[in-house]
Design a protein. Structure first.
Length: 108
């Protein structure tokens, strides 16, 4: 299966699971990191799987057994994560309305 390094973009063939200390053959960046995982949620900087152990440095190699190579938060074209449709930004007025709605008194 072909994989692409999220850091340098180099493509390489990998057979079997990605090891805990797997490195990109081109730039030597660690591959088995939270930010390269399909379960990584960039918005919360955490994992979709609630039972995983906390990882302090999400860009360093780790020993998580739930790792699935994907685009994660790195923005790479990994095959493990589905593509998310682009979200359009709300207008300034719409953003302000949403903000005000968060803090509105429900009794009024």
């Amino acid at each position: 299966m072909k994989r692409r390094c999220p850091k340098c973009g180099e493509e390489w063939e990998i057979k079997g699971p990605i090891g805990f200390r797997e490195e990109c053959p081109e730039c030597a960046a660690f591959i088995h990191t939270c930010t390269n995982c399909a379960n990584y949620v960039p918005a919360t900087r955490g994992c979709r799987i609630p039972t995983t152990d906390p990882v302090h440095d999400r860009q360093s190699a780790n020993f998580c057994e739930e790792f699935e190579f994907g685009s994660g938060g790195a923005g790479a074209a990994g095959e493990g994560a589905p593509a998310r449709p682009a979200e359009s930004k709300p207008s300034a007025e719409e953003a302000r309305r949403r903000f005000d709605d968060l803090f509105r008194d429900p009794k009024k």
